[in-house]
Design a protein around this ligand. Structure first.
Ligand code: ADP
Ligand code: MG
Ligand code: ZN
Length: 456
């Protein structure tokens, strides 16, 4: 029981209107950040409530919390969310001008600012003008916390590297007395190390890391070339999962099928529908109004199955997804984990099935190599030696991540433990939540066919 635990509990209920913490990890993170003695690194999956880990401390602590977030759209979302809870939060960016800007500056220059959270982009953080604003806040002892959200953007191993994030290390160094918090949903060891190093978090940094193990997800791999009719198999699988769910009284069950190409989405969706499972295709090639319609039909439960490219899922937070099927291999282990992880957010049992074929493995491997070559030649044109290294690192990470997914498919190892190993986690207790643990004989038979080259 820390000294501020009463204030934490009270604000959790009255301001955020939550009965409890979402997890003990969330609670411990909030308490540690509120105490403010150490820098904190938080790695938790999307949807697990990372924002609360700095927003609640920001309210309980005195002064202003500075939050760096990569996109204006994300900042806007957060501000609207905070506004609904009547939490005074502002943003400074190039789009905020005139009187609005003056009013914000006046408030944060005043003796007792009302602003509790100030959101900025990394670009702004690097400007001289903003640095002097920061100094002014800090010199009055009003800089409470420095928060770096989506901190994986600092890493070249990650998928959305933002060079401006690298400059945030300076910010941390300029205000050594202010505690710093970095948050991300990307949990790979490479990315974590980059975040701790580049943001210059003070040692010993307190690390809160959610285990990547999702015990309610059943993982399995099916070799596509051994099936007479893969779409029929997919239909049978989906129908069985959804029926079982209905028998258990949940009428909201639905599923996602991921395909690699737009054409495949359309073909598979049409075929599933003809086989009696209403499905709709979703991909970036559709008119945006139609795409939105498809998404809404699925979210509202009018169409149970959406057949999509990876462009689908970001920001969609539907808890009752009972299955995620990959009809083609994903591009990386990190991507596969994230996509399949959209199943079973409500904590009830859900299935993740990957349809694997070596032909498709070869196609994707080729695509990754091509992308790397393209990126490399682009940079050689610009002849920036330092950036050349960045692509190398990123390219290497892509290949490693893809190779890990191939192993996931081709090795007779517990699927959950392969995932855990990729994320540097302790091996979990699968408890028959994967095909290898549950039916080893069948998996072995499948693998023997594969290795004998019976399949194409
Ligand atoms: P993340 O940044 O980890 O993806 P968010 O901070 O956006 O997650 O939170 C995801 C959802 O969880 C939000 O709808 C938020 O309101 C909700 N949430 C956060 N903490 C709690 C809690 N203690 N109890 C219930 N819901 C919570
Ligand atoms: Mg977040
Ligand atoms: Zn297992």
């Amino acid at each position: 029981q820390g000294p501020k635990s009463h204030a934490i509990q009270k604000n959790l209920k009255t301001v955020f209107k939550f009965k409890n913490f979402k997890s003990s990890l969330q609670q411990r993170a909030v308490e540690t950040v509120t105490t403010g003695k150490r820098d904190v690194f938080i790695s938790m999956p999307t949807g697990s409530g990372k924002s609360l880990c700095y927003q609640l401390p920001a309210i309980v602590r005195s002064g202003i919390t500075l939050v760096v977030s990569p996109l204006l759209a994300l900042i806007q979302d957060q501000l609207e969310h905070l506004d609904r809870m009547k939490i005074p939060a502002q943003t400074l960016n190039s789009q905020i001008q005139g009187e609005k800007r003056l009013a914000i500056l006046a408030d944060i220059s005043s003796k007792k600012p009302t602003t509790k959270l100030l959101y900025i982009t990394p670009e702004l953080a690097a400007t001289n003008n903003f640095q002097s604003i920061c100094h002014s806040i800090a010199s009055r002892n009003l800089l409470s916390l420095i928060v770096i959200d989506e901190a994986h953007c600092v890493s070249q191993w990650g998928h959305d590297f933002r060079p401006d994030y690298l400059k945030l290390g300076n910010l941390r160094v300029k205000f050594p007395q202010v505690p710093c918090v970095a948050l991300t949903a990307t949990a790979t060891p490479h990315v974590q190390k980059d975040i701790l190093d580049s943001l210059k978090l003070k040692e010993p940094t307190v690390i809160f890391k959610a285990s990547c193990f999702r015990e309610n997800l059943f993982y399995e791999v099916v070799f596509k070339d051994l099936l007479e009719d893969p779409v029929q198999d997919l239909k049978n699988f989906a129908t069985k999962v959804l029926q079982k769910d209905e028998e258990e009284g949940d009428m909201n069950g639905c599923g996602i099928v991921y395909c690699r190409t737009r054409e495949a989405c359309t073909t598979v969706a049409n075929r599933l529908t003809r086989l009696g499972l209403p499905s709709q295709a979703y991909h970036a090639g559709l008119k945006s109004s139609h795409r939105l319609q498809v998404q809404n039909d699925w979210v509202d439960g009018r169409v149970p199955v959406i057949v999509a490219t990876v462009s689908f899922g970001m920001g969609v937070d539907k808890a009752t997804v009972r299955f995620v099927a990959h009809f083609n291999i994903a591009k990386s282990m990190a991507g596969y984990y994230q996509e399949s992880g959209r199943a079973g957010r409500d904590g009830r049992p859900a299935s993740c099935r990957l349809y694997y074929s070596r032909d498709e493995r070869n196609q994707v491997a080729y695509l990754i190599t091509q992308e790397m070559a393209k990126a490399k030649s682009k940079e050689q044109q610009r002849s920036e030696a330092s950036k050349g290294k960045q692509t190398n690192k990123h390219g290497k990470a892509s290949i490693q991540s893809f190779e890990c997914l191939v192993k996931f498919c081709e090795e007779e190892k517990c699927r959950h433990s392969v995932i855990a190993n990729f994320f540097d986690d302790r091996p979990p207790n699968c408890n028959n939540s994967c095909d290898v643990c549950k039916s080893p004989a069948e998996v072995r038979k499948q693998l023997e066919y594969l290795k004998r080259g019976v399949m194409a």
